[in-house]
Design a protein around this ligand. Structure first.
Ligand code: ADP
Ligand code: MG
Length: 311
């Protein structure tokens, strides 16, 4: 199968037809029609074999996750997802792998109604780069730079599940299905991001772990935070780990939950609007420093380095 047959067979027609696509796959460019008065939100993420997914990950999981991590970035801005482009580098045209990959990608794309509008297909070591595009009403996007002193730092869902699954896999032990899904099939918090547009001052999605990702908000906003480590929401599996819990929850990465900063008076409304838990884990301070405290208010000296590709 040459690349044109491959594109036709696996990718053309994979995702729903959208009215805001004037021209999709097949020409030199796609022609897209963003809604008037909205800003275009654009994000790119690459998954590289051995670095972003373990060798055991299936084509289905890789297809799902490649789109999920990009939709998670759109969610963190409060954007409505619309389209995505796919740049695929493959060692060979393995039809079983491609069918599974397209299915994982297509299943998640259909859940959010996003359209695959083009891409590039090349030969080389396995790597998947996706550019996702969405839109948000002018000036309504959630940025990293809006956190204010007194805001609550809140996170959606639970933290540390994906890291526990990876850790358990790497130890050669059996991993529970639900936990494994948290690693391989993250659910981007798209509806939560949109619901929080008018309620939150700042947001980021948690890809590298709260310790590192919250620092990005603090730096961009010129503020600090006190984070209460006993408040971090944990699934039963993560809560059962006395040792290593904090490292999984603060530095494990791959959570794809949202971390938002909002004024305390908006918490109740935010919780009503979300269909998943929103847990306050700390507070924004004027002093530009990230401190960890325990339930008794005592400071804990923790030093979690976020994953860095060129560290
Ligand atoms: P060009 O040489 O003009 O860049 P290509 O031959 O690379 O065009 O691609 C042909 C068409 O197929 C284009 O519309 C492109 O966007 C689309 N395409 C290529 N690879 C993919 C892919 N992996 N998924 C979806 N569309 C793709
Ligand atoms: Mg091209």
């Amino acid at each position: 199968m040459d690349e044109f047959a491959l594109i036709r067979h696996y990718f053309r027609g994979l995702t729903p037809v959208r009215e805001d696509v004037a021209l999709g796959i097949g020409d030199d460019c796609a022609l897209l029609c963003p809604p008037p008065g909205e800003e275009l939100a654009v994000t790119t993420d690459t998954l590289v074999a051995g670095r972003h997914f373990p060798e055991q990950a299936t084509g289905y999981d890789i297809g799902w996750k490649a789109l999920a991590v990009n939709l998670s970035d759109l969610a963190a801005m409060g954007a409505t997802p619309r389209w995505f482009q796919l740049a695929l580098t493959l060692p060979q045209a393995d039809e079983g792998w491609l069918a599974a990959f397209a299915q994982g990608l297509g299943d998640l794309a259909r859940l959010y109604g996003v359209g695959l509008t083009g891409g590039d297909t090349t030969r080389g070591p396995l790597s998947v780069t996706l550019t996702a595009m969405g839109s948000v009403p002018a000036a309504a996007a959630l940025r990293r730079s809006g956190a204010q002193e007194g805001d609550l730092v809140c996170v959606t869902g639970t933290l540390g599940d994906a890291a526990l699954a990876l850790h358990t896999l790497q130890a050669g032990e059996q991993v529970d299905e639900a936990l494994l899904a948290r690693l391989h099939r993250p659910q981007p918090r798209v509806a939560a991001g949109i619901a929080l547009r008018r309620l939150a001052h700042a947001a980021i999605d948690l890809s590298d772990g709260l310790a590192g990702d919250l620092l990005h908000i603090l730096e961009a906003s010129g503020v600090g935070a006190d984070v209460s480590v006993d408040a971090l929401p944990a699934s039963p599996a993560v809560a059962a780990r006395q040792e290593g819990r904090l490292s999984l929850q603060l530095a494990g990465g791959d959570d794809y939950e949202l971390c938002v900063c909002l004024p305390p008076q908006n918490l109740a409304e935010a919780r009503r609007k979300l269909d998943l838990p929103l847990t306050p884990v700390g507070r924004i301070t004027a002093r530009p420093r990230l401190r960890y405290v325990d339930a008794g208010g005592r400071e804990l000296l923790l030093n979690f380095a976020a994953y860095r590709h060129f560290g």
